[in-house]
Design a protein around this ligand. Structure first.
Ligand SMILES: NC(=O)c1ccc[n+]([C@@H]2O[C@H](COP(=O)([O-])OP(=O)(O)OC[C@H]3O[C@@H](n4cnc5c(N)ncnc54)[C@H](O)[C@@H]3O)[C@@H](O)[C@H]2O)c1
Length: 328
């Protein structure tokens, strides 16, 4: 092992994702230093959200541990000096290049050269962020999904200067955090999951904007087709399960016809530019009363725990199948 894991993890940025990552680490037995770079962010909200998610994880059976004891394993701070106790730091501040650059520089100043630094960026190339560090080889993308404590998703992304060997060690370690991580061997914008998801979003806009179907029907079709199997397996396993000959035949004609648009669709641009943010302010592709927003949020939260249970059950089942390894 090149990595020197002393058991303390730093999370920098306590917004929606930062708080969620802290909870995910706590329920998997880690000790966390949670840092709010803006001192006023050390108010109650991140702490309350972490407490709430720990309680929910206990109620839903994701952890058998006492939420209060888990909560005792997090130390809140706004001083970068406190990061010196950590073996790895996870930056999760706003998706803004300048902000991330300043925060990464502060992190690097506070820790030894052997400490691993990661970013939860959704779309900034890892090699770009890596360029801001004095010791770039210690830097990786670590891309979580919301809610981090119910999904097993975690992408570890190598930048141009990140040694694959350390990426593989991180991959191994992240399994112990209750994740089923993936390793992106070469930096690519959007990594694996956003590239897959944004191709889906682009085609969804194409169908609606060109009058082939309504928003409602696109959502319904997606939910009942892909939604039926995506928690069980990925696209390659699915094509194997359902007969890849048919996909081979369909691709010959359909690929030519799919959207290759490069502009941001008008449908989302108009809503975004007029301030719409979806459920959080009631204005999105659908409109919501405050009561409806709350009900959608609650249903989504409940669903996340149910999906976690279902996918865990089938992961155990499919893990015991010894045949069926991939060709690479
Ligand atoms: N929201 C998601 O579903 C999601 C999923 C995967 C990755 N991400 C990524 O995680 C990161 C954080 O996203 P979020 O949704 O938690 O955002 P957020 O807006 O909820 O939180 C951002 C945090 O950044 C910090 N911050 C803001 N301005 C700052 C400044 N000038 N200097 C220092 N710190 C500052 C604050 O602590 C704030 O709480 C982003 O890079 C985002 O792309 C988000």
């Amino acid at each position: 092992m090149i990595i020197k894991d002393n058991g303390v993890i730093g999370v920098v940025g306590l917004g929606m994702m930062g708080a969620s990552i802290v909870s995910a680490l706590l329920i998997n037995g880690q000790k966390v230093i949670a840092l709010a770079p803006i001192e006023s962010d050390l108010d109650k909200s991140a702490k309350e959200r972490i407490k709430k998610s720990l309680n929910e994880c206990r109620t839903q059976g994701i952890t058998a541990d006492d939420p209060e004891e888990l909560y005792n394993n997090v130390t809140f701070t706004s001083s970068f000096d406190d990061l010196k106790f950590c073996w790895i730091i996870m930056e999760s501040v706003s998706e803004n290049l300048e902000i991330k650059k300043r925060v990464l520089e502060k992190i690097e100043k506070a820790v030894d050269d052997s400490v691993i630094i990661t970013s939860n960026t959704s779309a900034i190339p890892i090699s770009t962020l890596q360029g801001y560090l004095k010791v770039p080889e210690r830097f990786f993308g670590m891309h979580w999904a919301e809610p981090a404590y119910t999904t097993r998703f975690l992408e570890i992304v190598c930048g141009d200067k990140s040694p694959t060997k350390i990426g593989k060690e991180l991959h191994q370690i992240a399994t112990a955090w209750g994740k089923e991580p993936t390793l992106v061997l070469k930096d690519i914008q959007g990594f694996i999951t956003n590239r897959l998801m944004y191709s889906l979003y682009r085609e969804a806009f194409y169908l609606v904007e060109n009058g082939y179907a309504t928003i409602d029907d696109v959502d319904r079709a997606c939910k009942n087709d892909a939604g039926h199997w995506l928690t069980f397996c990925g696209p390659f396993r699915y094509m194997d399960l359902t007969g890849l000959q048919a996909y081979h035949a369909v691709m010959k004609n359909l690929f030519k016809d799919l959207s290759t648009g490069t502009e941001v669709p008008k449908l989302i641009r108009d809503i975004a530019e007029s301030g719409g943010n979806g459920v959080s302010n009631g204005k999105g592709f659908y409109s919501y009363t405050p009561e409806e927003s709350k009900a959608w949020e609650l249903a989504f939260e409940k669903f996340a725990f149910d999906v976690n249970r279902l996918s865990t059950k089938y992961l155990e089942e499919t893990d015991s199948i010894t045949s069926g390894t991939s060709k690479d």
